[in-house]
Design a protein around this ligand. Structure first.
Ligand SMILES: CC(C)(COP(=O)(O)OP(=O)(O)OC[C@H]1O[C@@H](n2cnc3c(N)ncnc32)[C@H](O)[C@@H]1OP(=O)(O)O)[C@@H](O)C(=O)NCCC(=O)NCCS
Length: 331
């Protein structure tokens, strides 16, 4: 399977740590030292998840040298979609004027993009002609409790997208870094559901007319437990993927980790024995954008010229569920 093009979108509204400390008992120094985050982007009032996804999707389709008519499947990794139904992927299909496609959402939280990659591999095994638009898109700012300083400072909104094909198109312009070969991807999960969750509005805690919207309607997290699980899971699955592919950390030119927290990234790299300088980071500007985080970072690494032809790039993630995964991409 090949990545043939990439795109991303970050909403225009920038909110820095000082702006948050105007309404919350927090500070720029605390947020920066515990997370590495300086600013995050928040969707405008009139923007929902599919609007962000559409901007990223458009850019990915153009970068892949495709047209909307070429897309046969749309997968949107998200846990903050426009509605319970229809799927955000279906709304995206209309926005991008993709005439006919199998469109569905994939709810694996921050692991949504890598889970989507593995699902795309399965689709291509059955339908080698498929052209898949895989998007990670989130508007978690609508799901966090803006009175809970231990969570709301961490998250931001955004979207990233790739176009995937089993075999690269012959029409790809020469000289670029695409198509990039996905050498392997593994995803798994288990346990920890109650440690990072958002139950309100679902069928366990349905909203009834007149109910007061309490904290259970918003994201809840046990930060320290999530931290420990994330470090272990991301480093272990990355090691196993490399071993399965007959590769070692010496073969890596770049690591694009899920952009949750600088301290988590540093701990993962330390366990993997990869120098810190090999990680591409943009979490200082965007915070944790969940399923959008890896494709946004990959897209920026591409646009900034950080990824060069021949690079081997490790992607790794962890999210609610718990879910986690890793992929290796050769440019
Ligand atoms: C959330 C996280 C940054 C908190 O950092 P921490 O070092 O574990 O901090 P603690 O939870 O122990 O809290 C320490 C103190 O800071 C306070 N605190 C929490 N958030 C704060 C904030 N935004 N500003 C100021 N103080 C804050 C706590 O109330 C606590 O105060 P207390 O000692 O008086 O009780 C950290 O646990 C983390 O990054 N976890 C992983 C989160 C994540 O990435 N989740 C998504 C994964 S996909």
């Amino acid at each position: 399977m090949h990545i043939q093009g990439i795109g991303y979108y970050a909403p225009e509204r920038i909110v820095d740590n000082d702006a948050l400390s105007a309404d919350l008992d927090t500070s720029d120094a605390w947020i920066r030292s515990r997370t590495g985050i300086r600013t995050r982007r928040l969707a405008a009032d009139n923007q929902a998840c599919s609007d962000l996804a559409a901007e990223a999707g458009k850019m990915a389709i153009i970068s892949a040298g495709c047209t909307p008519e070429n897309i046969t499947h749309i997968i949107v990794g998200t846990v903050s979609g426009d509605a319970a139904f229809p799927a955000t992927a279906c709304l995206l299909q209309s926005k991008l004027k993709i005439p006919t496609a199998m469109a569905f959402d994939l709810g694996a939280a921050c692991s949504g993009f890598l889970f989507g990659m593995q699902v795309a591999q399965g689709i291509m095994a059955a339908e080698p002609e498929a052209t898949i638009l895989l998007v990670g898109a989130e508007t978690l700012s609508r799901r966090v409790n803006w009175q809970d300083r231990s969570t709301c400072v961490l998250f931001g909104d955004g979207a990233g997208a790739v176009v995937l094909k089993a075999s690269p198109d012959a029409c790809m312009p020469p000289g670029g870094i695409f198509p990039a070969l996905v050498e392997g991807v593994i995803c798994e999960g288990g346990g920890g559901g109650e440690l990072l969750c958002c139950y309100g509005g679902g069928t366990r805690y349905p909203y009834r007319h007149g109910d007061i919207i309490g904290p259970e309607y918003f994201l809840h997290m046990n930060g320290q437990e999530v931290f420990k699980h994330a470090v272990r899971a991301m480093s272990d699955i990355s090691s196993r993927l490399l071993k399965r592919l007959g590769r070692s950390v010496e073969d890596l030119d770049l690591v694009v980790p899920h952009q949750a927290n600088l301290r988590i990234v540093k701990a993962v790299l330390e366990r993997l024995q990869v120098p810190e300088g090999k990680a591409f980071l943009n979490l200082d500007r965007y915070g944790n954008t969940s399923a959008a985080s890896i494709p946004m970072a990959l897209a920026e690494a591409h646009i900034q010229g950080v990824i060069r032809p021949g690079f081997r790039v490790l992607l790794t993630t962890f999210g609610a569920g718990f879910t986690w995964g890793a992929a290796l991409v050769k440019y």
